[in-house]
Design a protein around this ligand. Sequence first.
Ligand code: KIV
Length: 260
Amino acid sequence: MNIEALKSFKQSGDKIACLTAYDASFASVFDTCGIDIILIGDSLGNVIQGGENTLDVSMDDMVYHTQAVTKGAQNALRIADMPYQSYTNAEQTLTNAKRLIMAGAQMVKFEGGCEHEASFKILQDNGIPVCGHLGLQPQSVIEMDDYKVQGRDKQSADKIIKDALALVSWGVKAIVLECVPANLAKQVSQSLSIPTIGIGAGVNCDGQVLVSYDMLGIHVGHVPKFVKNFLIDNGDVKSAVDAFIKAVKDKSFPGEEHSY
Ligand code: KIV
């Protein structure tokens, strides 16, 4: 799996299956099952570190977990998250993105739209592939006040569309759409030349991502509506991952019950 293959998924309409991983063992199982993308997500702040949010995750944490995942996964495309406050200006973004690439990531992801124009552009100029992240942005939890569905009103839907088009013009290779109404995610996906990867964004995104711990039924506290436990009916981790990949590819996941 590589960036060229991402483009062909978009062209052929084949769905992209993505899971988060934070260590070599899980990465190796997911890779063996044939997952297309492994996201070394800053959700590790919640599921590994036990934080209430992702704001305490550091660049050193992301480098450590990216190195571990890289040892376990050789086939899937590895995307690593840039943590909170690690992309506040262009130079800092470039320095930190290079650290993740050196650690084994093939693409970096960060949250936000036009406000990060300089960061997107410097990575494009330096040939570092970027995945965007629009809709619900967990690193903005303080400003948002809570984790809420985004893009329900016209003004915020228009902003998501505008940001997505800007990101494409700055060379972004894929965009995660988190917690947006399914019809908006469909509209965005149809307007872009690059794949969208949805989480709580309906079945019409070009791919789907879940936090692997959620997909395996390991939750602490509130379980979002978009989560499905694939382990419960499948007995072991490998079968659960196979079932997740199959459900993404045949479009049976997410169902209406997982969408907004
Ligand atoms: O950090 C993460 O796991 C993510 C997903 C929720 C998309 O960004």
